[in-house]
Design a protein around this ligand. Structure first.
Ligand SMILES: CN(C)c1ccc(C(=O)NN)cc1
Length: 344
């Protein structure tokens, strides 16, 4: 009964988290973006055109004695931000934190869009959403977690991301030292292929300040929305009405066309955002909302900061990305089709 743990290392300004994955024989270790918002394991490889490479470590297919071409299969994927990749399919041995899958579909990129080329640290993605949205054709392939499930002690994996320091993903077990208080479980709707769940709205809590009925400080604002849990998205993307009501409580907050979203004075301390998910109250500390400096390279000198909460413009659902997972320990219960949350 297997279990494994891998470190999740934040890239600059926590824009993404990379974890080591061993592929092939002898094992080649590549740092991949673990992505609960997609279901393809794809890598920069010896088949990726040099002009589309940006310094990434490559999976050298010809160096793996256990790599087998999956004949007449290809893949192509477009992510929510419009970035794309596509290529050929192999099967090979893949290990994550000591959990090994034989015959895992490893998707080799023969084409990637600019945003992947310019992401030098990431050698690809490891999808952790449901098999139904895998993009290999003519026959869909299974994700690493789907293939590993029967060998795991418990059919779960957990995300424990942190601000500006390594966190971790665990496979097959729940580590009680990684969170405080009881876990709160909610059912997810997997028919979309995502880790999708309903949220009922938000309230604001100013630690220490009494919450006054006539302001939204402390009052519940019922803006119900459907959300997906997506470790491959950097920020917390919420309905525009909710985002407006939240930033209305932050003096100087405004939308900036040039910065492409909500910004506010770095000297301001954003209020904590409390997201209501069933009976669970997910507290997002204001310091996580102060996401990145805009006018300089560090928080100490910057005057304008970019918000970790932005609008999920035009998307059919809200996206609870890494800003959420920095505040909440999360259990992805694959068999139970549930998500478990706890403070940490
Ligand atoms: C361009 N890159 C690195 C991306 C990585 C992940 C995603 C995504 O939507 N994951 N759910 C988009 C883009």
């Amino acid at each position: 009964d297997d279990q494994g743990e891998v470190s999740a290392v934040p890239q600059l300004f926590d824009v993404e988290y990379l974890a080591p994955v061993e592929i092939g024989t002898p094992p080649q270790t590549l740092n991949l973006n673990f992505d609960t918002g997609s279901s393809d394991l794809w890598v920069f490889s010896s088949e990726t055109p040099e002009r589309q490479q940006g310094g990434q470590k490559l999976f050298r297919i010809e160096d793996s004695t256990t790599a087998r071409r999956l004949d007449n299969h290809t893949w192509t994927i477009t992510y929510g931000d419009g970035s794309r990749s596509a290529g050929n399919v192999y099967t090979d041995t893949v290990s994550v934190g000591g959990v090994t899958v034989f015959g895992q579909a490893v998707e080799s990129a023969t084409s990637v869009s600019a945003s992947f080329t310019h992401d030098a640290a990431s050698s690809g993605l490891l999808g952790l959403a449901f098999d139904s949205i895998n993009q290999v054709r003519p026959n869909k392939q299974k994700t690493f977690i789907s293939n590993a499930l029967d060998s795991l002690e418990y059919p779960v994996f957990t995300a424990n991301l942190k601000k500006a320091e390594p966190g971790n993903y665990n496979f097959g077990f729940i580590d009680p030292t990684e969170f405080t208080g009881p876990l709160s479980f909610i059912p997810i709707n997997a028919t979309s292929g995502f880790w999708q769940f309903p949220a009922s709205g938000f309230s604001i809590s100013q630690p220490g300040n009494a919450s006054f009925a006539n302001s939204t400080a402390g009052m519940f604002v019922p803006i119900a929305h459907t959300a997906i849990a997506d470790t491959g998205t950097t920020l917390l993307l919420l309905p525009a009405a909710l985002v407006q009501a939240y930033y209305a409580q932050l003096p100087g907050a405004k939308t900036s066309a040039s910065e492409g979203g909500w910004v506010f004075p770095c000297k301001a301390t954003p209020p904590d955002l409390v997201l209501h998910i069933g009976t669970y109250r997910a507290v997002i500390p204001g310091e996580l909302v102060r996401f990145a400096p805009v006018d300089t390279d560090d928080f100490e000198t910057a005057t304008v900061c970019y918000g970790g909460v932005q609008t999920a413009n035009g998307l059919p659902f809200a996206i609870y990305g890494d800003v959420f997972f920095k505040a909440q320990f999360t259990v992805f219960d694959v068999e139970g089709e549930r998500l478990g949350f706890a403070p940490k």
